[in-house]
Structures are given as structure tokens and as C-alpha cells.
Write a protein of this length. Structure first.
Length: 292
């Protein structure tokens, strides 16, 4: 299977679905031992057709990603590797070099500022972004972007940016579609969108008003609810980054690529999703009905 891609504003292309190494694979203690199970799962994901692998210095999984890439036998140029900086935000040049050493790579395809909340002042966020720009200028990342950034954070960055973020990875699913025209605004500024927690309506957000619709639509197409939600995101021009510890789930996820939802099914998921609000990641940071 050749994965469809989306072109970023800097000319790079990114696969429309990614495999993440946070969540179930996240290491609470960075000194936790090397996780051979993750290596095998990543190799299986690559074998199933995933070409976009997502990590972070905060996950503690970059070494496993590097080994999996080497052992997969797939040429580096066929893979799209994302990592992020969180723990090492005070020394981005050293952090990217450490990440590349663990990944056994000369460059990453996408380097993200993992969180705006590490910045105490707007100038801290701006300086962090300028350091990220330095990574691209040094040829250590083909594209650069952010994660978990609200509009106010991006506006702060854009005040000083000489290179605009190419992408913002944030929580996105039918129960959190990002109000106030946030996605169109990002795209007007050349910023594409990737998602995490995209399966929330059938995970921590379940039961909810979409359960019946998702089950019915999945049955009609002979796929899982996972595939339906992933395809819905792709149809929103959002790149879902998902993960699993089970090889069988990978097959379900990849089935989304060729799934053809009808316009009516897409609209049904969108409209019902908008009737219910649920935020899975860091809900305490936001007002209960903040849908931005």
C-alpha cells in the first residue's frame, strides 16, 4: 500500500496517518529499560504500511524507534519521523542532537515544540520557537512545528517567526472539533493539523451520543469503529497519530486509508459530535465548556 500524503507549506509531504509512541508506550521514568516489545510493535506497524513514526524526548522511546527503523529494512527516505522537544526545551541544540543519536538518524522529518506550557512568559515561547527554527536552519529537521498550541500561543510565535510552524499536533476528534474557526485560521497561516486522542469517542469519551452511529457506520462498511473515526479525521484534513500494543489493531487503523465514507456519514459524525464536548488531554487546563 502506498500511503496518501499531505503537502506542508514548506514543500515537504507527510503521510496522512501516523503511529505514535506515547500513551501506552510512554515511560514514566526516563531510566526505564529498553523496551524490546515496542521495537517489535514498531516493526509490525511498518510492515502493515505505517510510514510516519511519532516520538518525543519526553516519551523515552526514541532509542526504540531508532532500532526499529534499522531492523525494519525499509529505506530511511521512505519513512517520515517526527520527534518533539519538551524536557530539553532550555537547550534545544543539545536536545535535537541527543534525539538524533538515539534515533540513529541524521535528521528528522518533523521537529515539534511539544508544549507551550513550559513557557512562563510570551518571550520564553518566542525564544523557544526561534531555537526550533535553528534546528531547521542547521539541516537537522526538514520541517518544524508545534504541539498542543492554542491560537494565542501561535499568535505569540508568529510575531517573531522567520519560519512559520508547518503543523500543530493537538487533540482533535468529533467531541473536540476546535471552535471559533481555529482550524481554518491555522490553514490560512500555512499551518496543517495533526491529531492525538482521535479515538476518544470510543475510548475515554465513551459512552456518548456517537456510539450508535459509529457502530452502524462501521458495520455498513465492514470495518471497525476505529477505522471510521480515523477516516473521519482524514476527511477533515487532519493527520491522525494513533497507537496500539496490538498488531490486530494496526490492521483496523490502516483499513481507514481505503475506506470510503459517504458525505452523509461524515456529516452525521460531525453534527452529532458537536452536540457533546469531551476533552481527554489535560482537561484541568481549560474551562469545562472550552471547545477551542
Amino acid at each position: 500500500m502506498t500511503l496518501p500524503t499531505l503537502q506542508l507549506q514548506d514543500g515537504s509531504t507527510i503521510p496522512v496517518i501516523g503511529f505514535g509512541t506515547g500513551t501506552a508506550w510512554y515511560k514514566e521514568d526516563p531510566n526505564e529499560p529498553f523496551n524490546r516489545n515496542l521495537v517489535e510493535i514498531l516493526k509490525a506497524a511498518i510492515q502493515q504500511g505505517f510510514r510516519h513514526i511519532d516520538g518525543s524526548d519526553a516519551y523515552g522511546t526514541e532509542e526504540e524507534i531508532g532500532v526499529a527503523i534499522k531492523e525494519s529494512g525499509v529505506p530511511r527516505e521512505e519513512l517520515f519521523v517526527t520527534t518533539k522537544v519538551l524536557e530539553g526545551i532550555n537547550d534545544v541544540p543539545a536536545t535535537i542532537k541527543a534525539s538524533l543519536a538515539k534515533l540513529q538518524l541524521d535528521y528528522v522529518d518533523l521537529y515539534l515544540l511539544h508544549s507551550p506550557y513550559v513557557a512562563k512568559m510570551p518571550t520564553d515561547l518566542q525564544n523557544a520557537w526561534l531555537a526550533i527554527e535553528g534546528v531547521k536552519q542547521a539541516g537537522l529537521a526538514k520541517s518544524i512545528g508545534v504541539s498542543n498550541h492554542q491560537r494565542s500561543h501561535l499568535e505569540t510565535i508568529l510575531e517573531v517567526a522567520t519560519i512559520k510552524p508547518a503543523l500543530n499536533q493537538l487533540e482533535f476528534h468529533p467531541y473536540l472539533q476546535r471552535a471559533h474557526g481555529y482550524l481554518p485560521w491555522m490553514r490560512e497561516n500555512g499551518i496543517e493539523v495533526a491529531s492525538f486522542n482521535g479515538l476518544t469517542p470510543i475510548r475515554s469519551g465513551s459512552p456518548g451520543p456517537l456510539n450508535e452511529s459509529l457502530t452502524r457506520i462501521a458495520k455498513a462498511h465492514g470495518v471497525s469503529e476505529n477505522a471510521v473515526l480515523i477516516k473521519w479525521q482524514i476527511e477533515q484534513r487532519v493527520i491522525p497519530v494513533t497507537t496500539t500494543t496490538k498488531e490486530g489493531r494496526m490492521v483496523e487503523y490502516m483499513a481507514a486509508v481505503d475506506l470510503a465514507l459517504t458525505p452523509e456519514e461524515i456529516e452525521e459524525i460531525t453534527k452529532i459530535g458537536l452536540t457533546h464536548h469531551f476533552r481527554a488531554w489535560a482537561p484541568d487546563r481549560f474551562d469545562p465548556d472550552d471547545r477551542s
